[in-house]
Design a protein around this ligand. Structure first.
Ligand code: SAH
Length: 459
């Protein structure tokens, strides 16, 4: 190890920044967060920096640096672009054994600043010892996405209850188990969804009962249309936390790969005519697993509340007081449209968009077609492949111009995506002549015509 990592208590401590530009300002922001008293010396000082200094209780001097500026300081940051000056500052600090950081010159530093993930009071610091700052920042980005923004609140809650928990559990091991069940369960999730009062109540109750068990919980998570990059941070976090996952056919393999390795996987997929696991059974299974104290992930394609029967799945849980949360996902319409270069609305071509199920009932699609043929709207049919011919025919029959743009997007957002583009009147014929793989989404409206120009993903 080239550097010894430590955290420095700078509250009300005088720190000097040499330099008055953008980088100095950035450093000052961080020092102010740590409640340091910031002093700045430079011939010119940015407005924001001046304000920061004043706020911190320090002061600024419009003059060249001199050694006496170091007096009484506990930390010095040299943020100038003049090498000779930086060397002078570093040298003067060296004589006084005063910790000094020179921006972008690791050779002149006695202390270096890490990349940080700030979930105050929880701080994660990452350093490459100045060797590969881009790499350190990359790790930081990864960590940023795995801790919700409200993680610090959890630390504050833990600190609030620390004494009480210590008194309730004399045994260290039991205490650890108690905290783990708090951090891994419903209470933490309440904090993350910014429901602090309820988190507090639950924590108090758990403490009164001396309960160290993790409560069961269900996460109904939208996994998006297929590209794993379209997952939300929250989806990813819960995917890595769950002990058992129920998934169906629409969840792509690369996304499943991101679920916690040792989680049990249960396939409950449905194919068009072959219902692998009936819906009521899925609902029941979710309930039973949660009642066993498991953290259950119900992973669904797209968004769970858009043709996803999400409402039905949580109904039984709500009736049985099982905690659950719903995480929205990018629905197929948004995903496919974006990856096919079809803006769903457009000031010139479409002022509204409808999501419609094209699912056949007894071989038919029944709608109030009149509503669908009005001008300047985009129609998106989910599950529309079987009914494609009927849908297109009916729309033309009810007066939609035959040359309206129409596209069938196959396996949208995945590397295998294909966009079959035609006009409303000719799309069925085109599709009949091609081999098409599920899932597919049908988009109808003049916005489709823009995709020739706007398709960035795949031609
Ligand atoms: N809850 C999902 C929809 C489930 S219904 C969502 O919000 O996206 C299943 C239908 O979604 C499929 O028949 C298909 O029409 C559409 N679909 C889902 N993923 C798709 C994809 N990657 N490409 C094209 N269509 C998709």
């Amino acid at each position: 190890m080239d550097y010894f990592p430590l955290f420095f208590d700078l509250k009300q401590k005088p720190c000097l920044i040499v330099g008055g530009g953008t980088i100095a300002t950035r450093k000052a922001r961080l020092l102010v967060k740590a409640h340091a008293k910031v002093f700045v010396v430079a011939p010119e000082i940015e407005q924001e920096l001046q304000a920061l200094v004043t706020k911190s209780g320090g002061n600024f001097l419009f003059e060249e640096y001199r050694e006496e500026h170091l007096q009484q300081k506990v930390l010095v940051i040299s943020a100038t672009d003049k090498r000779a000056l930086n060397e002078q500052v570093a040298g003067d600090c060296g004589k006084r054994n005063l910790p000094v950081n020179v921006v972008d010159s690791p050779d002149l530093c006695t202390v270096i600043t890490p990349a940080i993930v700030d979930r105050d009071p929880l701080i994660v610091a990452i350093s490459s010892g100045g060797e590969a700052p881009v790499l350190a920042r990359h790790v930081r980005t990864k960590l940023e996405s795995s801790f919700p923004g409200t993680y610090g609140e959890l630390a504050k809650l833990a600190s609030e209850f620390r004494e009480q928990v210590k008194n309730a559990f004399a045994d260290g091991e039991m205490r650890r188990r108690f905290w783990e069940s708090v951090i891994n369960g419903e209470i933490a999730e309440k904090v993350f969804s910014r429901n602090l009062p309820q988190a507090r109540t639950l924590l108090q109750k758990k403490l009164d009962e001396k309960n160290t068990k993790t409560e069961g919980e269900v996460y109904l998570v939208g996994a998006g249309p297929g590209d794993p990059d379209l997952l939300t941070f929250k989806a990813l976090r819960l995917m890595q936390q769950a002990e058992v996952v129920l998934y169906d056919r629409l969840v792509s393999e690369p996304i499943l790969e991101m679920v916690r390795r040792d989680a049990d996987r249960i396939y409950v997929g449905k194919k068009r005519s072959d219902h692998a696991v009936p819906q009521t059974q899925i609902n029941q299974l979710l309930l039973e697993l949660a009642q066993q104290g498991k953290r259950v992930l119900r992973l669904k394609g797209g968004d769970p509340f858009i043709f996803g029967r999400g409402g039905e799945e949580i109904d039984l849980l709500a009736a049985n007081n099982i905690p659950f949360q719903v995480v929205p996902g990018i629905t197929a319409a948004s995903g496919c449209a974006a990856y096919a270069g079809i803006p769903l609305t457009h000031r010139d071509y479409s002022h509204s968009v409808r999501f419609i199920t094209g699912h056949l009932k007894e071989g038919k699609v029944n709608f109030n077609w009149q509503e669908f043929v009005e001008d300047k709207q985009t129609l998106v049919f989910y599950m529309g492949l079987m009914g494609l011919e009927q849908i297109c025919q009916k729309l033309v029959e009810y007066g939609k111009p035959g040359d309206t743009g129409a596209a069938l997007i196959e396996r949208g957002t995945l590397p295998e995506q294909v966009v079959h583009r035609a006009e409303l009147q000719s799309l069925p014929q085109l599709i009949a002549s091609r081999e098409v793989h599920a899932p597919t989404l049908l988009i109808i409206g003049d916005v489709v015509k823009l995709s020739e120009k706007l398709n960035w993903f795949k031609k």
